[in-house]
Design a protein around this ligand. Structure first.
Ligand SMILES: [Zn+2]
Length: 427
């Protein structure tokens, strides 16, 4: 009896000691909060929407989710005569980026109220953008939006739901979380860039549902000096896509600087990493139900595999190096996530100098920068780009509501300043 109690006490003592030691080690490496739990990226089932027109025959009002990027999971009328639109994700758990997009029209012109509701764990994040042609978008007048269920104690909290007033008529109006940019639009943009730059487009693989993973090959594609540009691993992150557009357009704008740069550099661009998620109107994941930007360690998904395979192939073919890698995203507010300066790749301090020059070039601009300390497990693209290939790598995040003209301006400045830093000095 006493022996076993002593043994137990000794064991407890050891566990306590070990715990203290572990906490000390974590604290010493700045990991006091503990590492992020590693979530498997093995494919899981997702729920596909039924694409359809929802008819309210008595009212002569119609809703549809039957278009690429559409998301409207269910709809019913409540006692107040409002159309209650339920928005659910492809699978859960999931990041809070509740994408929605639908069309609505009516036989007679009238005002209707639409209530946007989400699952218990989700909140209303995106106020609607409207369009009648699917090309030109305007934010819905804030006077026509009522947010419901905000935490009264917390000014910053997100509403549980939103009621919006819409004028509907025979001409359908698109109502979308952000400006709709399905794969057809992105591919048309890539084609226009390819044409203007006289550059080829390569298919580096296929998405889980068989959509092409297209890559623009800009500049000197036999150059040993290379950079990689990707975006839209996460479907709703349209503002990040606007940034990559401005950035790439500046790299091919016909200026002397851009022409000289493209003579020296091979620039590889995958502007749509997750075409399935975008066209299916997903909140976050690919068709395998996985956050692609957690799969750069295990590579269980075809979209990440395609880029990984491209990189190793290209490095072998050219005998060159990737010096810079950038991944465009969207979040609540603009922020840059570079690697910490302790990680020196093929061009140490490049990102640090670049961000400093962007700041200097935009009057009054105070960038938010948060360098990451952790390299392993790589999981996110930036860490993999550094680890695999020595790229100076960064996540370039744009806020959901950042003014669209500022996104463009900053994206262009980012391109100009990068070209300056990477261009060879000329005699
Ligand atoms: Zn993202």
């Amino acid at each position: 009896m006493s022996n076993s109690r002593e043994l137990r006490q000794e064991t407890v003592g050891r566990v306590v000691l070990l715990t203290i030691l572990t906490l000390f080690i974590f604290a010493a490496f700045g990991l006091a909060q503990g590492p992020e739990p590693v979530i498997s990226t093995v494919t899981v089932p997702i729920e596909k929407q039924v694409r359809q027109t929802f008819e309210f025959k008595d009212d002569r009002v119609y809703f549809s989710n039957a278009f690429p990027g559409g998301r409207l999971n269910a709809i019913e009328k409540d006692e107040a005569g409002r159309y209650v639109v339920t928005i659910t994700p492809e699978n859960a758990p999931i990041n809070m980026s509740p994408w929605y997009a639908f069309k609505v029209w009516s036989r007679r012109k009238k005002e209707i109220q639409v209530r946007l509701v989400y699952p218990e764990y989700a909140r209303h994040r995106y106020d609607p953008k409207l369009s009648t042609d699917g090309k030109t978008w305007t934010p819905l007048d804030p006077q026509k939006i009522v947010h419901e269920g905000k935490d009264p104690q917390d000014e910053e909290s997100l509403p549980r739901s939103a009621v919006i007033s819409l004028t509907v008529s025979r001409r359908p109006v698109w109502v979308s979380a952000q400006e709709l940019q399905p794969s057809s639009e992105v591919f048309a943009w890539m084609d226009a860039i390819a044409k203007k730059a006289g550059a080829p487009i390569e298919e580096i693989g296929k998405s889980r549902e068989g959509r092409p993973l297209r890559m623009l090959r800009l500049g000197n594609t036999s150059s040993k000096r290379m950079m990689l540009v990707i975006s839209r691993q996460h479907p709703p992150e349209v503002t990040g896509y606007f940034a990559i557009q401005a950035f790439i357009e500046k790299l091919i704008d016909g200026s002397e600087a851009s022409s000289a740069f493209r003579r020296d550099w091979g620039i590889y661009v995958v502007s749509l990493m997750n075409p399935d998620g975008v066209d299916e109107g997903h909140w976050r994941h690919n068709q395998g139900g996985i956050d692609l930007n957690r799969d750069w360690q295990d590579f269980n998904q075809p979209e990440t595999q395609a880029v990984r395979n491209f990189l190793s192939r290209r490095i072998a073919e050219t005998g060159g190096r990737f010096y810079f890698g950038i991944d465009f995203h969207s979040t609540w507010n603009d922020i840059y996530y570079p690697m910490n300066r302790i990680y020196e790749g093929n061009s140490p301090r490049l990102v640090e100098r670049w961000l400093g020059n962007i700041q200097a070039a935009i009057e009054g601009y105070e960038p938010r920068i948060q360098a990451t300390e952790r390299l392993f497990p790589t999981r996110v693209s930036r860490n993999y780009f550094f680890d695999c290939c020595g790229m100076e790598a960064i996540v370039y995040e744009i806020g959901d509501n950042t003014p669209r003209d500022f996104i463009r301006k900053k994206g262009e400045v980012a391109a100009v300043e990068l070209m300056k830093l990477l261009s060879k000095p000329r005699p």
